[in-house]
Design a protein around this ligand. Structure first.
Ligand code: PMP
Length: 396
């Protein structure tokens, strides 16, 4: 058993590949919006598994659904109808307003959801894909080819061919890149890993119009923005558009590994038997968690809650008028605190010391992506603690 943070760090370094660096904190327990480390310290979790634990930790609805499902039928395979996956697909299409006009392919992660979407676009008979500079779509080879962050790509070249990147937020650049050979345009509605940068107003609508005119698919990566995080089920609903394909993961499984590639209309008919698959995709236990997440968000009015509390949290941070804060970006509970200096790592360390987990997503930006159940009191407590945290970071 790991006995302390230091012990955890030592054993991690010895036995786990060094692909994340060595974390300083060993988390051992979670409840609601809080987690505890191996030294017994409690933190308010404003990272939530990176926009993942939609209902927080150990939510009774998720615990009950997962426990009941694993005791009933934990896993079979996709050789047989999986009734929990069917229910989840129905529920997802329902909240997307796409029942009867879209289909779901379940998988296990965001990268895998984007791999499925990428493969699906190849079946259009067109080979060209447009993606965005600075966007992040995952670390598997296809998803990496879509990812527009050179430091993550370069060591792994050659990557899957056919992808061209255009500058973020530039409608005219997108318009001139898309032509009759273009299979698809991949977009993040908000650059998540890129520092929580929402696309400019009108951009998604323009992308919809440009792709439709060229007969290309519009693929939205909603891995980070989907499932209530922005105060609506999906970002595309806020923009008033329907993509041809959208991908989900993170919040969908409420902490269990679950991804989905959702295709609308004709795009939903592109895959045929033999084209794609994954053993655990839509696994009944993960799917049961997903159903609990969707039902709880609806039953507890969490979309309205997220919209309201996100506004308060952003306003609260801006009103601090701290010299290190350049501004707050984002909507709902996906917020980026832009800093005036590249001290986000020091700020995240100071925050952890004070009992708050935040993510230094970029050197000059902190990401807040707390559980959707974050209370007003908890948000207020963080805002009150922030000036001292930022002072410490500034002095570092
Ligand atoms: N797309 C986006 C927008 C993401 O933020 C992420 C993960 N940060 C991914 C894809 C990849 O998801 P996963 O880590 O589950 O493969």
């Amino acid at each position: 058993m790991i006995t302390s943070n230091v012990d955890g760090q030592r054993r991690w370094r010895a036995a786990v590949m060094d692909n994340y660096g060595t974390p300083a904190i060993t988390l051992v327990r979670g409840e609601g919006a809080h987690v505890w480390d191996a030294d017994g310290n409690r933190y308010l979790d404003l990272v939530a598994g990176i926009a993942t634990n939609a209902l927080g930790h150990a939510h009774p609805a998720v615990v009950a659904a997962v426990t009941a499902q694993v005791a009933t039928l934990g896993h079979t395979s996709n050789l047989y109808v999986n009734p929990v996956a069917v229910e989840l697909a129905d529920a997802l299409l329902d909240v997307a307003g796409l029942a009867g006009n879209a289909k779901v392919l379940f998988c296990n992660s965001g990268a895998e959801a984007n791999e499925a979407a990428f493969k699906l676009t190849r079946l259009t008979g067109r080979g060209k894909v447009i993606a965005i500079e600075g966007a992040f779509h995952g670390r598997t080879m296809g998803a990496l080819a879509l990812t527009g962050q050179p430091p993550k790509r370069t060591p792994f070249e050659p990557l899957t061919p056919g992808v061209t990147h255009v500058p973020f937020g530039d409608i005219e650049a997108l318009r001139s890149a898309v032509d009759s050979d273009t299979a698809a345009v991949f977009l993040e509605p908000v650059l998540g890993e890129g520092g929580v940068v929402p696309v400019p107003d009108g951009y998604l609508q323009a992308a919809r119009e440009i792709t439709a005119a060229a007969g290309a698919l519009l693929v939205l990566d909603e891995v980070q923005t989907g499932i209530g995080r922005l105060g609506s089920w999906f970002a595309f609903q806020q923009a008033g558009i329907t993509p041809d394909v959208f991908t989900l993961a993170k919040g969908l499984g409420g902490g269990l590994p679950l991804g989905a590639c959702v295709a609308v209309g004709a795009a939903a008919e592109l895959f045929a038997p033999g084209h794609h698959g994954t053993t655990f995709g839509g696994n009944p236990v993960s799917a049961a968690a997903g159903l609990a997440v969707l039902r709880t968000i609806a039953a507890d009015g969490l979309l309205q809650h997220v919209a309201a509390i996100g506004k308060d949290l952003a306003a609260g941070i801006e009103q601090l008028d701290h010299p290190l804060v350049a501004g707050v970006r984002g909507t709902g509970l996906l917020l980026g605190v832009a800093l005036t200096a590249p001290v986000s790592a020091a700020a995240a360390a100071a925050a952890a010391k004070a009992g708050y987990l935040v993510n230094n997503v970029q050197p000059d930006a902190l990401r807040l992506a707390p559980p959707l159940i974050l209370t007003e009191e908890q948000a207020g407590e963080f805002v009150a603690a922030l000036p001292a945290i930022l002072d410490t970071a500034q002095e570092s």
